[in-house]
Design a protein around this ligand. Structure first.
Ligand SMILES: [Mg+2]
Length: 228
């Protein structure tokens, strides 16, 4: 039986790819530049790699924010102040939201059956603004945003902080649901929690980070949870 559900936010509930593209386009405009599809794709790759380095403990959160832009603009041969660009970008990213199909229905259903907790590695101010914009904060018993907790998914320290904050928490009745093998699934495995991989694009599994369960559309999740 499942009682506690940890739910990732980006690319699980909210469409981060769309939000990111809109924020990069707006940031470039504010700098008098234009971001075409090639720039958006390149930024996406660079950003993803920087967040993975944070997950691996190789760089700090502040370095993620600044160095991804230093690298991007370096490749574009444009002078850039990494601190200034991430501030512009985060302000733009905090505006608005895009749902993954079925996300609002899913949250309404799950919150009536389980104790839902948000488990996000994002920036606290950005995530809170996006949650407010989307009107979905009400579905969660608490928000566990790594920037406020001093540890990131997939580190055990992140999850230990979460567990300690939940009254009568029992690991056997908890699951984590998310789209990222390296943060959500590896994180759950690191603390012995059951893992459920949201894999809408049907990406190949990784033998080194096996998930306990997998699903492709948010509408499938309630029935899957019922069986656990
Ligand atoms: Mg995610």
């Amino acid at each position: 039986m499942v009682k506690t559900v940890f739910l990732d936010l980006d690319d699980t509930i909210l469409d981060f790819r769309q939000a990111e593209a809109a924020a990069i386009r707006r940031t470039f405009e504010e700098m008098g530049l234009e971001a075409d599809d090639a720039v958006l794709d390149r930024y996406h790759e660079i950003n993803k790699r920087h967040w993975e380095m944070l997950e691996e403990g190789r760089i700090t959160r502040h370095q993620v924010k600044t160095l991804r832009f230093v690298q991007l603009f370096g490749e574009l041969n444009v002078e850039c102040d990494g601190d200034q660009v991430w501030r512009l970008y985060e302000r733009n990213l905090a505006m608005g939201h895009y749902f993954i199909p079925g996300a609002e229905e899913l949250l309404a259903t799950l919150s009536s059956r389980y104790d839902l907790y948000l488990a996000s590695n994002g920036t606290a101010s950005v995530q809170k603004s996006r949650l407010a914009s989307a009107g979905i904060g009400k579905y969660f018993k608490a928000l566990f945003i790594s920037e406020e907790m001093g540890a990131n998914k997939p580190s055990p320290a992140y999850f230990e902080h979460c567990f300690a904050a939940i009254p009568d928490f029992r690991l056997e009745t908890a699951v984590i649901v998310g789209d990222s093998l390296t943060s959500d699934i590896r994180g759950g495995r690191n603390v012995g929690m059951r893992t459920i991989w949201f894999n809408p694009e049907g990406k190949p599994a990784r033998a080194d980070i096996p998930a306990d369960y997998e699903f492709r559309a948010l509408s499938e999740l309630p029935a899957l949870l019922e069986t656990l």
